[in-house]
Design a protein around this ligand. Structure first.
Ligand SMILES: Cc1ncc(COP(=O)(O)O)c(C=O)c1O
Length: 397
């Protein structure tokens, strides 16, 4: 590579005073505009006669519960419809796990890596020692999960089964079966099944993952998994509806815990959301509109990467997700931090290198999370170009 020419190109980028942020997976304003009709509602009585304006129904408005039970393919009494954040629910679930395992001198949690930084923050805050497990294209390395779960201190695992954050991988049936049937030394081993991107397809193929709750039931571990989803990336980010699915025994236990904290979740928002989405078919049609906005952005990044790295194979590779919100870019070992810093100095902010790993430590310093949804296609092209340039520069011996 002609590093002198590359540095000149970099200085030219710098001189342009770019200011782009590709650090967080946020929907773009155009995506948010798709749901403006969800802001208004003419009614406040759900189709079973419940008044959404009042206290009651901690488990969720019946009409909304039906919608989310159907979405998650579970029984009505296995579903709770909650507030505006699935992450908040996960914080509560991990708190419950910490309580269940209070007698253990050390509590540990399995973290497929790279993964979602906020998951790792939750387990760290709540005092769990985090153990990395490598992600593969079909889910976490199950041999490693099985080996680690033989330790009774291991209380659970984080999973983003559909279009995982950040690689965009989809868990295979075999992974689901092995997790459901896992011989865990800890009887309260919990699978947090965060299906945040369940319906966020970007191609004509809607990849689906086997139902973890059903798999756990069939494997004789009915209380092992809690499945979560939310409409944060369907309607409004942080102003949508989160729902949870679990065995009816777990639903009772979770409701008993929540009852001391909240009288009811925002049922008006639940009603607005499900009336807007209408049905599973309505949801699918709505997600196709998202895809038509998001797909060109993912394509733009992939196209630039292909162009830019064609001449220098081996210095980077990247994931090509069929859905979700992120692309993972892998540099040579020991080059990610430097790449992110070079980008920052030229005006493009990326997620901090290492953020997708517990404690922010990417031991190989090779992963960069790219979040293409928020910037415009033009901005993305520029940012991807600069990013590729910075990968090349940081690979300079
Ligand atoms: C895997 C995953 N789970 C959960 C969330 C947050 O969801 P919510 O807004 O429902 O808390 C995100 C947001 O980026 C995510 O990527």
């Amino acid at each position: 590579m002609d590093y002198k020419a590359l540095w000149e190109e970099y200085e030219a980028f710098k001189a342009r005073g770019l200011k782009l942020d590709m650090s967080r997976g946020k929907p773009s304003p155009e995506q948010l505009d798709l749901s403006l009709d969800a802001l208004t509602i003419a009614d406040y009585i759900d189709d079973t006669g419940v008044d959404a304006r009042n206290y009651g129904n901690l488990e969720g408005l019946p009409e909304a519960r039906r919608f989310f039970a159907e979405l998650q393919d579970v029984e009505l009494d296995e579903c709770i419809v909650c507030g505006n954040s699935s992450l908040e629910l996960m914080f509560h679930l991990v708190t419950l796990s910490a309580r269940q395992n209070a007698q253990l001198p050390v509590r540990k949690w399995l973290c497929p890596v790279p993964g979602y930084d906020r998951h790792f923050n939750v387990t760290e805050k709540l005092g769990f020692e985090m153990l990395n497990v490598a992600m593969t294209e079909s889910g976490p390395d199950m041999d490693e999960v099985e080996r680690l779960a033989a330790d009774p201190a291991v209380c659970g695992i984080w999973c983003v089964p559909t279009y995982s954050n950040p690689d965009g991988y989809v868990y295979s049936d075999a992974t689901v079966q092995r997790l459901a049937a896992l011989t865990a030394a800890n009887p309260n081993f919990t699978i947090i099944w965060d299906d945040a991107y369940k319906v966020h397809h970007l191609t004509e193929t809607a990849f689906t993952v086997a139902n973890m709750l059903k798999a756990c039931k069939a494997a004789g571990n009915p209380d092992r998994a809690v499945m979560l989803c939310s409409t944060s990336k369907i309607t409004f980010a942080g102003a949508g509806v989160a729902a949870l699915a679990a065995s009816s025994a777990n639903v009772k236990r979770i409701l008993a815990y929540l009852a001391d904290m909240i009288i009811t979740f925002d049922k008006l928002n639940q009603l607005r959301t499900v009336r807007f989405l209408k049905s599973q078919g309505g949801l699918e049609a709505h997600m196709r509109k998202h895809a038509s906005i998001v797909r060109p952005k993912f394509d733009a990044v992939a196209e630039i990467f292909e162009q830019e790295f064609r001449e220098c194979p081996g210095i980077a590779y990247w994931s090509s997700p069929a859905g979700g919100y992120f692309i993972s870019l892998y540099t040579q070992r020991g080059r990610a931090k430097r790449t992110v810093q070079l980008c920052k100095d030229a005006g493009v902010t990326l997620t901090a290198a290492g953020a997708a790993f517990p404690y922010g430590i990417d031991a190989q310093d090779y992963h960069i999370r790219v979040a293409p949804t928020y910037p415009s296609v033009e901005e993305l092209r520029e940012a991807a170009h600069l990013l590729a340039l910075c990968v090349k520069l940081s690979s300079q011996p």
